[in-house]
Design a protein around this ligand. Structure first.
Ligand code: SAH
Ligand code: SF4
Length: 365
């Protein structure tokens, strides 16, 4: 069976070259062809000897997930649905801004962590994505965007930032995610700086420590509540890794992080976690943790059971944080007309946990 070269970082590609009797520098050439030039056809890799190209054609493929659909919203946000086989699909979103372009990448088909306000969590879990399926999202996006921006200055580097904020919990798919991160950072591949690659986690404490050692990139932590009582309801993994342990892990992470703050994400749910007293509690909670806040007005999906906080509630909440000296931004909703906002990514998940079907039979009762 042929191997998929999109599964390899520089080190494993060098190992592969060794196995097929080639010198290590071939790995660098291959890496550049595949990731910098977006080339999937070995025959087109003109500076590789004919013999090697033939050898590669029999032993390997460059195979990203297949694009099933491609939508562009009125604000320029672009969303792809990619097939990852057996009826499963994942979503990837590109968000263009004036001075940067951010790609939001998925790490799993569904998510097992079941946060109550998250559409992906509601769908249950099927499996982890492979490295090829994770990095394949960036590979596709670069190719597609190069065509979209053919005559514009953005053409060369449409994706300047990556956020692991699509479907899934990246730290629950640790090895594959960090191998994909290696490629994002590799100068022979995508050459992004650590500060421009962000992993978002709901708070898997041991994996945060491993990430710090293995591949420290910018870290966003989904906090969403100022107390364990409330966070237990919204982010069930909190029962295993409560807030105190989570904040201690954030402080350890900062010792080797490329940025000197953690970004806390906080979804604003009407009447649930959005009062001024919640904001005051939050200020107390993070007083020893260098951080910034990103408030995310809840993005609705069918039968969520939640509503978005009013703009006034968001402003009052933000003011409390800002007055306490915390840098706070409110995330703009992008791609509304194509359901591309945070927490709305649905893809196609054949749920193995049967959570989604259990839920619908409960509501039917
Ligand atoms: N599993 C990771 C990353 C994916 S979710 C995590 O939980 O951090 C990316 C962000 O979107 C998280 O902060 C998540 O809490 C938030 N989110 C999930 N559902 C949402 C919704 N319906 N509206 C707004 N934000 C949501
Ligand atoms: Fe999973 Fe993140 Fe959604 Fe929670 S918010 S269910 S961790 S994807």
């Amino acid at each position: 069976m042929s191997v998929n070269l999109l599964d390899f970082n520089a080190k494993s590609l060098a190992g592969f070259c060794n196995e097929i009797g080639e010198k290590p520098f071939r790995a660098r050439q291959l890496l550049r062809w595949i990731h910098r030039s977006g080339e999937a056809d070995f025959a087109a890799m003109s500076d590789l000897a004919k013999g090697l190209r033939d050898k590669l054609s029999t032993a390997a493929v460059v195979q990203p997930p297949r694009v099933i659909s491609d939508h562009i919203a009125t604000d320029g946000t672009r969303k792809w649905l990619l097939s990852v086989g057996a009826g499963n699909g994942i979503e990837t979103v590109f968000i263009p801004e004036t001075h940067r372009g951010t790609l939001c990448i998925s790490s799993q088909v569904g998510c097992a962590l079941a946060c109550s306000f998250c559409s992906t969590g509601r769908q249950g879990f099927n499996r982890n994505l492979t490295v090829a399926e994770i990095i394949g999202q960036l590979w596709w996006a670069n190719k597609a965007l190069a065509e979209e921006f053919e005559n514009e200055p953005l053409r060369e580097r449409a994706v300047t930032n990556v956020v692991m904020m699509g479907m899934g919990e990246p730290l629950a798919n640790f090895e594959n995610v960090v191998t994909a991160l290696d490629l994002m950072l590799d100068d022979n591949a995508y050459g992004l700086s650590r500060r421009r690659v962000t992993v978002s986690t709901s708070g898997l404490v041991p994996a945060m420590d491993r990430l710090r050692e293995r591949c420290p990139v910018a870290l966003a932590v989904s906090l969403h509540a100022p107390s364990d009582r409330l966070r237990d309801q919204l982010v069930p993994i909190n029962k295993k890794y409560p807030i105190k342990e989570l904040l201690a892990a954030c402080e350890r992470y900062l010792e080797s992080a490329p940025r000197d703050f953690i970004t806390f994400e906080y979804v604003m749910l009407d009447g649930v976690n959005d009062s001024v007293s919640h904001a005051r509690e939050l200020v107390q909670l993070v007083r020893h943790t260098p951080c910034k806040f990103n408030l995310i007005p809840f993005n609705p999906f069918p039968d969520s059971g939640y509503e978005r906080s009013s703009p006034e509630a968001v402003t009052h909440f933000r003011d409390v944080l800002v007055q306490a000296g915390l840098v706070t931004t409110v995330r703009k909703t992008r791609g509304d007309d194509i359901a591309a906002a945070c927490g709305q990514l649905a893809g196609k998940v054949l749920d193995k946990t049967r959570r989604a079907s259990r839920r619908s039979s409960e509501t039917a009762r």
